[in-house]
Design a protein. Structure first.
Length: 221
């Protein structure tokens, strides 16, 4: 039993290392990123990756689930906060910090597994609840939707100055880059507060986020 638990713990550590590495490699290379590049960045052997995952799709499906579990945890923490605005800010900040949006480049390139669908549904439920709580408290401008904020997170989470400097191995500039990112985030979050001019155009449909995950073959049938 102890040996089995140790193996499980090691597999979990390797998965987390692969997730962190995948975010960096996918940020730089997009969906064309190779398993070997991710394994090398994570410091694990590619043979050990394929012992655990039979295909590249299986690996990427698992990484998507791990990322969504982080989104779920961030939403749960936000909902537990007494101030709805603090909860919303916490969610957005954490989402940007762990950079799960970098896995968006996989949209439409890997089949959506049952585990991915379950995690996505739970994440969406919590996210809707978090935004509804902010609306009910009057701290979020009425016309802003959860899709608006999801797109904001995605846009702010695109390859950033921090990621570029990490890739260039410039630790001397990282603190200043992180401080600049926090400053830009504060500017963006202020735009979510009530009291601003009306937003242009209709609110975006949730299909903008979900339909891109439809595999090409399924769209053509």
């Amino acid at each position: 039993m102890a040996r089995k638990a140790a193996r499980h713990a090691e597999a979990e550590r390797n998965d987390q290392a692969l997730l962190a590495a995948a975010k960096q490699v996918l940020t730089a290379e997009g969906a064309r990123a190779s398993v070997s590049a991710i394994a090398a960045r994570a410091g694990v052997g590619i043979a050990s990756v394929y012992r655990r995952y039979r295909t590249k799709d299986e690996l990427f499906q698992r990484l998507c689930v791990l990322a969504m579990e982080q989104w779920i945890e961030a939403a749960e923490q936000g909902l537990a906060m007494r101030d709805p605005w603090d909860g919303l800010v916490h969610y957005v900040t954490v989402a940007l910090e762990f950079g799960g949006g970098s896995l968006g480049s996989l949209a439409g390139t890997v089949p959506v597994s049952d585990e991915m669908a379950t995690a996505f549904t739970r994440s969406e439920e919590l996210w809707h609840e978090l935004v509804a709580k902010a609306h009910a408290a009057g701290v979020l401008r009425a016309e802003v939707t959860d899709v608006d904020i999801s797109l904001l997170i995605e846009q702010l989470g695109k390859p950033s100055l921090v990621a570029q400097l990490e890739a260039q191995d410039r630790p001397d500039l990282l603190d200043a880059a992180r401080a600049a990112r926090r400053r830009v985030l504060m500017i963006a979050l202020d735009g979510l507060r009530p009291g601003h001019p009306p937003l242009a155009g209709p609110p975006p449909s949730a299909d903008l986020l979900t339909e891109r995950w439809a595999n090409k073959d399924s769209r053509e049938t």
